[in-house]
Design a protein around this ligand. Structure first.
Ligand code: AHG
Ligand code: MN
Ligand code: MN
Length: 349
């Protein structure tokens, strides 16, 4: 039987590629892996442990927090605090970023932004959920790290990854040199390298979007959906529609099989729903590293200016040729025209 490489061994091996690095990033990734295992244990017990349902609180975005949102948030923050490599944690579940000022982390040079539990609405029904994380270098050189350290463009990410808690649990990450996937072997409690050097197919046959909001979509998106549904033997259309409602799970499937995931701006969410810093940027980094593409319909996600921690963005992410096609459909309608149509100034056809 082939012995699989563990996440820890893999990280150490990669560390050797950077003889001058001191191993801080490796340790940070290790800390994230540990928190992921703890959250996984709890997700697996959902139904038995008192972890289902609402926490009775709301986050900055006015969304009701589930108990597991709060639990995952606490576990990741605590692992990062004790690990000592991170000076700020920014999370979907906290209005403000959290400075880490313990003795062990006084020289820490990394910033972590995260969505501790992605797909919360799926927790109570045994459907896949995830964790998304994004890692930056602190840019300020002295004093306390500030919001400017957090608000960096996606191109500045040092590493990014996600964990998917599903029929099996996987951790997928990049440090800008390709993408590698690790499956949790519950019998030994280790993530083991199962998907080395992941590549997303250039084309795919799956489109993933919440079509319930069809009437709220920009015309470019409606046009692309119609394109996916048209019969055309040469391009194997109609495509298949799949929407789990956990971005991590939808993007993970598309990474393996090929496909596109779209969460556009809508009339009711004119800036989009998903958050740039800890949802769109990390997923865009991973998918680009796997050979795919991620845009907001007009511009590359990773180059978008970041002004606020909880800033939202539209996202079109996945197989390069599919995202390119969707962008082409979007280009018929300028962003200005789209904005005015949402404001009811012009009626789009
Ligand atoms: P979160 O649970 O972190 O708030 O994220 C949920 C996100 C994303 O994972 C998913 O794709 C999307 O919201 C689903 O939204 P709709 O229900 O509007 O389709
Ligand atoms: Mn999310
Ligand atoms: Mn979340």
């Amino acid at each position: 039987m082939k012995i699989a490489k563990t996440l820890g061994q893999f990280i150490l091996e990669k560390q050797a590629d950077f003889p001058y690095a001191k191993g801080e990033l490796s340790r940070l990734l290790r800390d994230i892996g540990i928190a992921a295992k703890i959250v996984n244990r709890e997700v697996n017990k959902a139904g038995l442990a008192d972890i289902l349902g609402e926490a009775g609180t709301t986050n900055i975005q006015g969304e009701g927090q589930k108990k597991l949102d709060v639990y995952a948030n606490e576990q990741f923050i605590s692992a990062l605090k004790h690990g000592g490599e991170c000076c700020i944690v920014a999370s979907e579940e906290n209005d403000e970023f959290i400075p880490i000022e313990s003795e062990v982390s006084k020289d820490a040079k990394y910033i972590v932004a995260m969505d501790p539990l992605d797909g919360s609405s799926n927790i109570d029904v045994n459907v896949a959920v995830g964790t998304i994380f994004s890692i930056y270098h602190r840019t300020s050189t002295h004093g306390k790290a500030t919001m400017d350290d957090v608000l960096q463009r996606g191109t500045e990410q040092v590493a990014a990854g996600y964990v998917i808690y599903d029929s099996s649990t996987m951790l997928v990450y990049t440090t800008g040199k390709g993408v590698n996937g690790f499956t949790l072997d519950p019998s030994i409690g280790e993530f083991c390298l199962s998907h080395p050097d992941m590549k997303i197919p250039k084309d795919g046959l799956i489109y993933s979007i919440n079509e319930g909001y069809y009437s709220h979509f920009p015309d470019g998106v409606k046009k692309y959906i119609k394109y996916c549904q048209v019969e055309d033997a040469k391009t194997s259309r109609p495509y298949t529609s799949r929407y789990i409602g956990s971005m991590v799970a939808d993007v993970h499937r598309n990474l393996i099989k090929g496909g596109i995931f779209i969460y556009p701006v809508t009339a009711s969410a004119p800036s989009g729903k998903l958050r740039l810093v800890y949802e769109c940027n990390p997923m865009a980094f991973i998918i680009e590293q796997a050979g795919g593409k991620a845009t907001n319909g007009y511009e590359r996600i990773l180059e978008l200016e970041v002004n606020e921690l909880h800033q939202r963005s539209a996202i079109f992410i996945g197989s390069e040729n599919m995202v390119h096609k969707a962008e082409e459909m979007m280009s018929f309608f300028s962003p200005q025209l789209l904005k005015r149509s949402f404001e009811g100034v012009v009626e789009l056809q």
